[in-house]
Design a protein around this ligand. Structure first.
Ligand SMILES: *Cc1c(COP(=O)(O)O)cnc(C)c1O
Length: 382
């Protein structure tokens, strides 16, 4: 490589925030592990997908739709899906923004509100997409120190800490509850008090990707709060409990004026026809979601107890994953699991190198993970 290829001249004009960015690190696909290590029957517990997959009704609808006219652009307004979601949340359809995954929605919010003069705020161990969309806008980020390791909600969002560091130039606050990568959540009453203290010009994004998994008694009454606080925006996804991460459908619920702003910057036809259909049909099968949640409710405590019995720390979780602390660098354990065909999520990119994040799978998948981990720890191979 010669010098000019080494440092192409166009680098001069790259937005400074983009130069600081590290691309999002996804969980490793099963195929990649098979390619890299030649492992035949690998399992993936790394991206918090629904181990039961989508509703059988969704699969049938997609198979039938594949015979339809795929040459036509999708319904840009997502009329039917929006109508169903609006009814479910007790709002009119002009409160709903559909997106190609809720991550894209986070990007739209950043593009509407963030810039060099308009800061974002999020917790130390917040979802990686928040810093990503913030840096891409060259916006300042106020990173709020997480609750300390000895706290009951260790590594979670500290709402009082947000209020202490809040400044007049904060345009967007991102909070996920339950949070990824920690599984922690914010209490409903505390969140309500928090909202009352945030100035009305600051948009609070409440990312509820794991909402379905949360104990109903602990859920934030987000739609009701949104009606009282026009600066509250809710995001949800079909990637987790609905089991259609492959389809890429997420949505926002917000004041119509805020929704209108997001619509100005989104790309046309940002959800495919099959994706819209899959989401719609999935909403018609709440029993399937309930079954996925029931499996998670049985398995998360069982996996947690088994990990604790191995002497490991498990952070409190209301999601479909657990974040496990090893008290030492977990990279060798991650590698040893990969060699046994088990993909979990390392946490080095979250500056939590002593932890691994493990999605709750089927009973058989969880058994396989627990047995492999016990073997690795006993052999001191890692
Ligand atoms: C998985 C996840 C999402 C959802 O992303 P999609 O783009 O909808 O697949 C959003 N927020 C958090 C915190 C997540 O963990």
């Amino acid at each position: 490589m010669n010098k000019s290829e080494d440092k192409p001249a166009f680098l001069e004009f790259v937005a400074p925030g983009v130069l600081e960015l590290h691309p999002y690190e996804p969980g490793m696909p099963v195929e990649e592990l098979q390619r890299r290590l030649g492992v035949a029957d690998a399992i993936k517990l790394a991206s918090n997908e629904n181990p039961m997959g989508p509703s059988p009704k969704v699969k049938a609808a997609l198979a039938a739709a594949a015979q339809g006219n795929l040459a036509l652009y999708p319904d840009d307004g997502g009329f039917r899906l929006k109508a169903k979601l609006a009814a479910q949340h007790g709002v009119t359809p002009d409160h709903i923004t559909l997106c190609n995954g809720s991550n894209t929605l986070l990007d739209l919010i950043a593009r509407v509100f963030l810039g060099p003069q308009h800061a974002a705020m999020y917790s130390q161990y917040a979802f990686a997409v928040y810093p990503l969309v913030t840096l891409a806008q060259n916006a300042p980020a106020i990173v709020v120190p997480a609750l300390p390791p000895e706290h009951a909600m260790a590594y979670g969002d500290d709402l009082d800490g947000f209020l202490r560091l809040l400044r007049g130039d904060v345009a967007v606050i991102f909070i996920a509850s339950p949070n990824n990568p920690t599984g922690t959540w914010v209490e409903a009453a505390a969140f309500e008090r928090f909202l009352e203290q945030v100035p009305p010009h600051t948009v609070v994004v409440l990312d509820e990707a794991y909402h379905d998994y949360q104990d109903p008694a602990l859920r934030i009454p987000s739609a009701a709060l949104m009606r009282r606080h026009p600066n509250l925006m809710i995001t949800r996804t079909f990637s987790k409990a609905h089991g259609i991460a492959s389809m890429r459908v997420g949505y926002g619920v917000a004041h119509p004026r805020l929704t209108d702003l997001l619509h100005r910057v989104r790309q046309p036809f940002n959800n495919g026809t099959l994706a819209l259909l899959a989401a719609e049909v999935s909403l018609d099968d709440p029993q399937h979601i309930a079954a996925a949640v029931a499996l998670n409710n049985r398995e998360r405590p069982r996996v947690t107890a088994a990990l604790q019995a191995l002497g490991l720390r498990v952070l409190p979780s209301q999601a479909n994953f657990v974040t496990v602390g090893f008290g030492r660098n977990a990279a060798p354990i991650h590698q040893a699991l990969l060699e046994r065909g088990i993909i979990v999520r390392p946490m080095g990119s979250y500056a939590m190198p002593e932890f691994l994040r493990v999605s709750i799978g089927t009973v058989a998948e969880n058994d396989r993970f627990l047995a492999a981990l016990a073997q690795i720890l006993a052999s001191k191979a890692a």
